[in-house]
Write a new protein. Sequence first.
Length: 202
Amino acid sequence: MREVRLRQLLMLWSLISMTEPKIAALDAAKIWQLFNLGGTVLVSAEHDGKTDMMPASWASPLDYDKVLVVVDKSHYTRKLMDQSEYFALGVASADILPELLSLGSVSKNADPEKLEKSFKIPLARGCSAWAIFKKLPETDELSKKYDLFLGQAVAAWGDERVYQNGRPDFEHAPKEMRTTHYVSGGRFFLLGEAVDVEPTAQ
């Protein structure tokens, strides 16, 4: 059953691959590079044929191949994450700011057709990278107490306009591919300029 669920998620990914020719597989053991910038992510999950997606600002690497993300109990996506062994994160780009605000403002609890009005599949277009995670055993306790979900990456992909040799290069990527950082009241900041610092001699 576990393998079936993972295959279903990977099949969803194949739908994106057919419409996004510049997508390449990334090393799942190094997904910290995807989420280390602290941008808004799209959290998606599937269980028993039901899917949902929501933006989240509180997502962070936990290790080279692990992440943590906070998802409140009031969200429909949370219900699916509680019941599924897997969840996915997408690094949201500036190209989908209206959709991000819409997905974050309307719950599928209130609008069952929320996804159909924004995206068609759980791994959304408009992201610069995606990763599928298997929930870690500690999640059962932590999610009940702190709304924390821990996951280990099983697969990852990135848009080649941003990721070169497995590493992000937003400086030379189109501006609409930059990460988004939500503040409040519909205001986002986009990733700024890169600054290189030479290490000081010891």
